[in-house]
Design a binder for this molecule. Structure first.
Ligand SMILES: [Zn+2]
Length: 262
């Protein structure tokens, strides 16, 4: 239970660190019961359980479940001697949903347009820049829908172009007013992965490294077992390290039955 098919992996060594590298696994998305409520900042606490970096702040209700998940992950990593698992820490938890999120949303929107040839010769309307940075909220929010409509109706734009832009943008970044990290129930793990040129890399939430994260023991284990601990990513194809507490009640497996927990 909660083990990996080690026979399917190849072992790699980097500077005394051992890594299991697996074939790319099937991924999944999970949008059920995502945390959305922003707490009073005063109640947040620094996570001090297993795999703490001494900085990440979380909602008090998620401290014990996070420790349960991290204990199981780190113990199994020690058992199989895999550095992706043994190096895992909760890197960042709570982050504010402030004006910086709106600025970043607009920056990434423009970056996507600059990289996709479909937008050659099309400009993002200056008159919509303020709206882009406002509290648009999450999927289905009327303010977000109105903003997307304004873009589609701008001179030089079509509905298809706007759809393409927002499909790409919302996979990469959330508008202001919808930030799972601002709930305190969400954290990003950081861990080292084997890189194909024979080196090792720290993920640091870089989505371009997610494919390597998925093939690592830590990523394989999270992709398969995080929900056993009531955590999941919204989409492991994008960020397998991003874990949201889904408050699905007590863990589906009692602690005593999970191997490698202390
Ligand atoms: Zn995250």
């Amino acid at each position: 239970m909660l083990e990996l098919e080690l026979n399917a992996a190849v072992k790699k060594q980097v500077k005394g660190h051992q890594y299991y590298v697996f074939p790319s696994p099937a991924t999944h998305s999970n949008y059920v019961g995502r945390p959305t409520k922003y707490p009073d900042q005063k109640i947040l606490q620094v996570y001090g359980g297993k795999g703490s970096n001494g900085k990440a702040k979380l909602h008090p209700d998620v401290l014990a479940p996070a420790d349960f998940l991290m204990t199981a992950l780190l113990k199994y990593g020690e058992h199989i001697d895999d550095w992706s698992m043994r190096s895992a820490v909760i890197q960042s938890g709570w982050r504010p949903d402030d004006a910086s999120q709106g600025r970043e949303y607009l920056r990434i929107l423009k970056l996507i347009m600059s990289r996709d040839k479909a937008f050659a010769g099309i400009v993002f309307p200056a008159s919509l820049e303020e709206e882009a940075q406002s509290e648009l909220g999450g999927p289905g929010n009327p303010r977000l829908k109105t903003f997307m409509k304004h873009v589609a109706e701008s001179p030089g734009w079509t509905q298809a172009l706007a759809d393409s832009l927002f499909r790409q943008l919302h996979l990469a970044y959330a508008p202001r007013g919808f930030n799972p990290h601002a709930t305190g129930f969400v954290f990003d793990l950081n861990f080292s992965v084997y890189f194909p040129n024979g080196s090792e890399r720290s993920l640091d939430a870089d989505t371009s490294l997610n494919r390597y994260a998925l093939q690592s023991a830590a990523g394989m284990w999270l992709n398969k077992y995080a929900m056993t601990f009531c955590f999941d990513s919204y989409d492991t194809r994008i960020e397998v390290w991003h874990q949201e507490y889904r408050n699905c009640g007590p863990p589906s497996i009692p602690a005593a039955k999970i191997p490698f927990t202390a």
